[in-house]
Design a binder for this molecule. Sequence first.
Ligand code: SAT
Ligand code: MN
Length: 582
Amino acid sequence: MSGTPLERWVDEVAAITQPDRIVWCDGSDEEAQRLYEQGLAEKTFYRLNQKAYPGCHLHRSHPSDVARTEHLTFICSRRQEDAGPTNNWMSPEEARAKTLPLFRGAMRGRTMYVLPYIMGPVGSPFSKVGVEVTDSVYVAASMRIMTRLGKVALEQLGSSEDFCPGLHSLGDLSPERRFILHFPEERTIWSVGSGYGGNALLGKKCFSLRIASWMGRQEGWLAEHMLILGLEDPSGQVWYMAAAFPSACGKTNLAMLVSPLADQGYRVWTVGDDIAWLRVGPDGRLWAVNPEAGFFGVAPGTSDRTNPNMMAAIRRSTIFTNVAITQDGLPWWEGINGTGPDSLIDWRGNRWSPGSDKAAHPNSRFTVPARNCPSMSPHWEDPQGVPISAIIFGGRRARVAPLVYQSFDWQHGVFVGAGMASETTAAAIHAVGVTRRDPMAMLPFCGYNMGDYFAHWLRVGARLSQPPAIFHVNWFRTGESGQFLWPGFGENVRVLKWIVERVQGKGEATETPIGFVPTPGSLDLEGLSLSPETMEELLRVDRDAWEQELAEQKQFFEQFGERLPQEIWQEHAALAARLGAS
Ligand code: SAT
Ligand code: MN
């Protein structure tokens, strides 16, 4: 066969899936129009009110296909040990044998879209090319928003074989025949049976986290589930931070925060809301790019109060998935503002009445171009990325973790990240509200053995002459009656301000067994009405809770056996000693 490696691969998958038509997407606006027209005709898309929401569309997924399906997601490395105990593993042979029949003839009567895309800014040394082949017009339209798609990617690729091929088909959407497969040694992704974001937009979690984390380990960089933001201080200097929280824990809101301290000169610039690719720069600092070009944000709870920048961004060229709509064709979800209008159509397309189930699905989403967002940093597409001064880990913990603390050094910080846990949300299909250990918020996204992953973090740290300081935050601590103690949202800038002060060697802190915690007076609380007792509770290090935590961490770490770096055990023992535990 002739042609470029890409053309040969497309021929190969077309021979298997047998589409009626093949469309190579060029990324143009005319093409976007054609995709939406096609989607409208086949009822994949519905037009929203074009006066209020120009260029915006609604998509309703199959009701059983509304979140990531971690139990159907596999790392298909040659050796099971390389996937590690926290990933589902299938041998490459078994994976192919199981799913090839599902792909055979799957696109008969359908169109196959070929989507060449770049993750990372065009021309950046961080950037990587992927090509997704899909029979979903929703995926094609969404990938145009989330990546740099089309001509630019083909130009960057040329006739090289250096791209991540991703084969996607909706199949019959049955969860019994749904598989999300990653072949890290071949840098290949196969996904069948789901049209949902994290399962089907292969540039996102599949490539930019699972495959990229494997590549990063080989090539000496990090692919992380992190937002990137810059905090501008009153002198005009911008301090960049990367923060890892599990899905649906407020990364997007934090990345776009509107600062109540703006009159003092503190404001937040957005670089990314979900994924960071991090490299050691020639200056010994850690540099970050956001590989994505759009946001795939959670709708419920998003409002002018919680995220005004996002509310502005989604007013045009946005795809809404599984939200409700009003009679006037406006998107609606729980928390958008007060109570729902009387006449809503719910996410399934049925008439909704107050008192019945939620009108929008709890994991309903919007897919929006980053350039729409008013808080985008002028540096968000810098080819070299932005220099990171602080790394922030965080989770949703009703108890245990204080509002914020700083690790003693890089190694301790890696232990803090490795020991992370969070109460689960609706972003994946599992019980909601259960505490699960989720190191660096990467549990569902690390494409290799997490024992090796911690070792890789330690190795990267050793190459940094100016490592970022590492912090842990928890916006979700609750009081006796279950109420949140911290106001959250925009007020989180007060914690970011303390973090930047610490980075500069200024902010005051008390040394505790778990790390440095702000002194009562060191957080800027002006204008908030928080009692001293509430602040004390927010910053309290509860020794009993931490001893319990130590025991749970031990159990979690033990499963990695020999692959867990000794440094993690050293830090675990040191924490136990500081807590005075036996
Ligand atoms: O559906 S995604 O995996 O892309 C979003 C998330 O869970 O973070
Ligand atoms: Mn995410």
